[in-house]
Design a protein around this ligand. Sequence first.
Ligand code: ZN
Length: 305
Amino acid sequence: MATSWQATLAAGKVLVIDGGMGTELQRRGVPMDEVAWSGTAVLSHPEVVRAVHEDYILAGADVIITNTFGSTRQMLGGAGFGAQVEEVHRRAVALAKEARAATIDRVAIAGSLSPSPPGFDRHAYPPPEEELAVYRESAQLLANSGVDLIALEMLEDTTHAPLAMRAALETGLPVWLGVSSRRVDGRIVRFSESASEVLLADVLDVLVPMGPDVVTIMHSEIDAVSETLTLIRDRWDGPVGVYPESGYFTKPSWNFVDVIPPDDLAREARGWIDDGARVVGGCCGTGPEHIRALRSTMDTWNAGR
Ligand SMILES: [Zn+2]
């Protein structure tokens, strides 16, 4: 049922979402593309993508996110898959739906959309009109394929992120605004290493007024979450979520070094709930065991409401 995630939030309870997709595929032996990262896995390893979705649902996720982070034309095109942009989106949503049909039908499906640059190169973006068309194409394909909401991921600047947000809002679906941050020299800045001088506060000042349904801190360092929550709370009184990463990325692979143990993530998440977060999950580096731990902790918390 598409509205159950909204009913959970409206009741003041905590929603558990899934964990990392690309990194979980990598753990299961799926190679990551140098340019499109996990985007092409829905074509090359559909059964693994479906199995990861099923495992997250069975671990307790109320919302799963499609493997479309790397599926925009600007990411797939560079990997030689420009002719398959539509097929990749449709297959990705279909695999999430198949996983839901095989497990728990009240789970919601979020379509991931990211303005990550072509080849992870921030100098390689197309001109603005072309770039907006890229995000519109992905957002409409996700909507037409039947996702319940759009999860914008790694929005972290004031140039490209607003274009992706505009495209997502145009679908009329609920939009989760996912920002990424880390702490540098005592300041909360965008996550990506280049141009880290961009303050997340400035990014939020542009994106929050555009009207998301939920604001999430995703693919962010756990150490930066508390301060980022404060930045969001200063600007937004709607639902807030947290799904951080753990480990680090060296193109095209994730390094599973010092990944936070599941029980430690659940303990951290308990603190974020105290700070007002109502959506918790994991991003890169986290897996089904993290979601199982979060589910258990949040079931206890929800039972007290
Ligand atoms: Zn991530």
